[in-house]
Design a protein around this ligand. Structure first.
Ligand code: UGA
Length: 435
């Protein structure tokens, strides 16, 4: 199959490289010449395990190319995926579709024959209809069709998720589009990935419903964690106890400092907007958004209380800045309000993250960083684990405790065993562990 991918962000670059790895012939198109140049030199715009090698291997074999020229990129393409950004719009929180529509207008003029236009970007219900309208208006070739194929990959595990999805969702009423997408994903059927064919609006909504449901799960366990603290129960065991029920499932029941990233915060807001416009407000998701915002804002308070009520003049070490491990992505990361609030209250914060420090410095004014976890702990009154990177999971707690000035270990990801931490002389505070 000859595939074009418009947009080389997270979804576009990973999807393009994986499709090429399945043996398809893929050209990725992006307006940003600097980015295309860098990728062609082997420099990835994002930090994602395995991506650089995958791009290189497929580019070397001639199956994966990058260009800024859309006309060239979509030439002879049987399918054109749109994977440009859909950030939250300022003001109302709805998805900003200007990049999608601009890409579609250009695409309509660039196409020399009919193609299946597939939205991979997360787009609100009805966007496919609007795309079809624009294509017709701009005189796209007869026979061009529009499908929705939302992507469910997670950052940090993007390639594995793409290659081993739980399901593939394709929304279209067009028979030819269905066959083209079935052919594109055929290599995945060997992994027994089910492909669901639905209407276009259904596929678009499925993506939002999935992310919103996961956000509900996280916020639910976060509130249960707070209750555990109040009544002396252990949320880790509660999560295991409920997660073993097949109807609930064990995943996304890890309590923490509140969800962040480029998807859950933006997609929940966009879903609320769609629901309000449709006159069917989503009260559960609305509450989850508030619960999560409050949760992030409350994390600094945990540090303050561990330090006896004030952080003024205290040195606080932060381990992990990215919104989750294995990424350098800082969008809506819980570390941002935490560090800002501690700093405002007069603390001296020092942080370390294996990948996100450069991005974090652009988002948190005056952020001071150290070279590793032990340097962060040196002389600190409190140490806060914000992101559960693997390299923070087996730190030498005796060594940490010996170099710290104070003894507070605030583990916002429940990485450590409270007893072990206390054995090392640390004053351990996890999330929802009754202590
Ligand atoms: C999420 C979804 O998991 C993907 O399926 C989806 O494709 C993607 O959004 C998207 O829409 O593009 P992602 O944002 O990369 O993926 O990361 P997640 O692993 O879902 O984590 C999101 C946030 O939730 C992180 O801040 C993480 O720390 C938090 N989280 C996750 C918890 O606090 N507890 C959990 O149990 C799980």
């Amino acid at each position: 199959m000859r595939i074009a991918m418009i947009g080389t962000g997270y979804v576009g670059l990973v999807s393009g490289a994986c499709f090429a790895d399945f043996g398809h012939d893929v050209t990725c198109v992006d307006k940003d010449a600097g980015k295309i140049d860098a990728i062609n030199r082997g420099v990835m715009p994002i930090w994602e395990p395995g991506l650089e090698a995958l791009v290189k291997a497929n580019a070397d074999r001639g199956r994966l190319a990058f260009t800024t020229d859309i006309k060239d990129g979509v030439k002879d393409a049987e399918a054109v995926f749109i994977a440009v950004g859909t950030p939250a719009r300022r003001g109302d929180g709805h998805a900003d579709l200007s990049f999608v529509f601009a890409a579609v207008r250009e695409l309509a003029k660039a196409l020399q024959g009919p193609a299946v236009i597939v939205t991979k970007s997360t787009v609100p219900v009805g966007t496919g209809d609007e795309i079809a309208r624009i294509l017709a208006e701009e005189g796209a070739p007869e026979g061009t069709s529009v499908a929705s194929n939302p992507e469910f990959l997670r950052e940090g595990a993007a390639i594995a998720d793409f290659k081993h999805p739980d399901r593939i969702v394709v929304g279209t009423d067009d028979d030819h589009a269905r066959e083209v997408l079935r052919e594109i994903y055929r290599p995945l059927f060997l992994n027994k990935a089910p492909i669901l064919f639905t209407g276009r609006r259904t596929a678009e909504l499925t993506k939002y419903a999935a992310n919103a449901f996961l956000a509900v799960k996280i916020s639910f366990i976060n509130e249960i964690a707070d209750l555990c603290e109040a009544v002396g129960a252990d949320v880790q065991e509660v999560a295991r106890g409920i997660g073993l029920d097949n109807r609930i499932g064990p995943k996304f029941l890890h309590p923490g400092p509140g969800y962040g990233g480029s998807c859950f915060p933006k997609d929940t807001l966009a879903l609320l907007q769609t629901a309000n416009e449709a006159g069917v407000p989503q009260r559960i998701v609305n509450t989850v958004v508030k619960v999560n915002d409050d949760r992030k804002a409350s994390m600094a308070g945990r540090v303050t209380s561990a330090l006896g009520g004030s952080v003024k003049g205290k040195r606080i070490g932060v381990l992990g800045l990215a919104f989750k491990p294995n990424t350098d992505d800082m969008r809506d990361a819980a570390s941002i309000p935490l560090i800002q609030s501690l700093t405002e209250d007069g603390a001296d914060v020092i942080a370390f993250d294996p990948a996100a420090m450069d991005n974090a410095k652009g988002m948190i004014d005056g952020l001071a960083c150290a070279n590793d976890a032990y340097a962060v702990a040196n002389g600190a009154d409190a140490l806060v684990i914000v992101t559960e990177w693997d390299e923070f999971r087996a730190l030498d707690l005796d060594k940490l405790a010996a170099t710290m000035r104070g003894k507070a270990l605030i583990d916002l990801r429940n990485v450590y065993d409270p007893e072990e931490a206390e054995k090392a002389g640390l004053d351990y505070r996890g999330i929802g562990r009754g202590r």
